[in-house]
Design a protein. Structure first.
Length: 221
């Protein structure tokens, strides 16, 4: 029996075994992608029976959920730490790239091709929202004039659209221009990162870091 606030040897063993299962899962994902994840294969690698492993993760989707939750939590913590240290939008972009390069399989699990038939629970959506909230904070005006038309409405068609379709920003008070800036930041940087991590710049004779930094300069103007 676990005493409140005190971890037992059994708890520690369970946590250790779950961590080992996740390590094997990441290795499988790196080799064959999330659709190829097999709990039975992991059990075999660990010298366990399938039913024994299912005591730690009830299903493949339960394991995938844990991995996705860990990945989003790691990125959210990275972005939050960078923001707390005073990073601007460009600084957050550099933190994002460093995080992605440190674990490409982790990046592709949350930003790559969706796993067929898998649906993430609401708490993962909430963690992902933390990341966007930090970007929206950094994208808000800081003394630079945000151009609008004479009647005060958003200056571009996209801004006008985002003013009416801002569910993705939750309850963040960012004005339409900041919504547009954050959205461009998110889509353009992920575009470069996805191509780089998938190896599409290989053989082109250019440095992806230079392209990424150039995007950051444009997005930070």
């Amino acid at each position: 029996m676990t005493v409140a606030g005190k971890e037992t040897p059994r708890d520690r063993y369970r946590a250790q075994l779950r961590a080992e299962i996740k390590e094997h899962a990441w290795e499988q994902i790196a080799a064959a992608g999330a659709p190829g994840l097999s709990l039975n294969a992991i059990a075999k690698q660990m010298g366990m029976s399938g039913p024994a492993l299912y005591r730690y993760f009830a299903s493949r989707d339960a394991l995938i959920t844990e991995l996705i939750r860990d990945a989003y939590r790691s990125l959210a913590d990275t972005v939050r730490t960078a923001a707390a240290s005073g990073a601007d939008l460009a600084g957050l972009g550099r933190a994002l790239r460093a995080w992605a390069l440190d674990g490409p399989q982790r990046y592709f699990l949350i930003y790559g091709t969706p796993v067929p038939g898998y649906h993430a629970p609401d708490d993962i959506t909430a963690i992902a929202s933390e990341i966007m909230q930090a970007l929206l904070d950094a994208a808000r005006p800081t003394g630079k004039t945000i151009v609008t038309v004479d009647d005060g409405h958003p200056a571009t068609h996209l801004e006008a659209h985002l003013a009416q379709h801002r569910q993705w920003a939750a309850d963040h008070p960012a004005p339409p221009a900041a919504l547009r800036r954050a959205l461009h930041f998110w889509t353009r940087l992920h575009g470069v990162l996805s191509l780089e991590l998938a190896g599409h710049f290989t053989g082109m004779g250019l440095d992806p870091a230079e392209l990424y930094d150039d995007e950051l300069r444009h997005l930070s103007q």
